[in-house]
Design a protein around this ligand. Structure first.
Ligand SMILES: [Zn+2]
Length: 213
């Protein structure tokens, strides 16, 4: 199916504003991208949320060559690595959302304290090893941590999520922040009780039946 680049650009600029308005990408700290036919549209370097326009997104090929537009996000390698590793990935959302950063700075995964952790594909949300922003090493670490997962934390940095649609990538990017906040709240209340693998299997069965989550 040939997608309209104009429509994808509009979705991306609306998404960028959504992420900013929900406090997930303050001070131009995040970046997003989506597949569009044989190319990727990615946010430009240093773009601010409220004032981004559809034309600002940069069209690149899967090798990272700019085909239309200015300078792509500095995290271009991380985005491209996910598209190359997952043919089903249609969009990637990277944020520095606060609760995720808090846990990522302790290099802690988010354990299976809540059943919605299972919606990310496993019994926890891992934390990718640290490497400098924009580096090939960080891109490799992220791909390793995203095996069988829709999102992960990035040590001393933030979080990243992908989806089979832009809406799904945004849902996971927002949900991981909500779960990180709730996990921190649970830790303040006491010691969170983690769900067992059998309980997650029950969740996955039920979610599949009900098309939930
Ligand atoms: Zn970042």
């Amino acid at each position: 199916m040939i997608e309209s680049e104009t429509a994808v650009r509009r979705q991306l600029s609306n998404t960028y504003r959504y992420l900013h308005d929900h406090g997930l990408t303050e001070q131009a700290s995040g970046n997003i991208s989506a597949r569009c036919n044989d190319h990727i549209l990615i946010s430009p370097g240093g773009a601010g949320g409220p004032d981004i326009c559809a034309d600002a997104f940069v069209r690149i090929d899967l090798e990272g060559q700019v085909k239309c537009g200015g300078t792509p996000s500095s995290e271009i390698l991380m985005h491209l690595a996910i598209y190359r590793a997952k043919s089903e990935a249609m969009a990637v959302v990277h944020t520095h959302s606060s609760a995720c950063v808090g846990l990522a700075c302790c290099r802690k995964p988010i354990p299976g304290f809540h059943y919605l952790i299972g919606s990310f594909g496993g019994v926890d949300i891992p934390c990718a090893d640290y490497a400098c922003f924009g580096s090939r090493a960080l891109a490799d670490n992220v791909v390793d941590s995203l095996e069988n997962r829709y999102a992960c934390l990035l040590a001393n940095h933030g979080a990243i999520a992908w989806g089979r649609s832009l809406d799904q990538a945004v849902l996971f990017a927002h949900r991981i922040e909500i779960l990180a906040e709730q996990y921190l709240a649970a830790c303040q209340a006491g010691e969170p009780v983690l769900l067992t693998l059998a309980e997650f299997r029950d969740y996955w069965r039920t979610a599949k039946t009900l098309k939930y989550g």
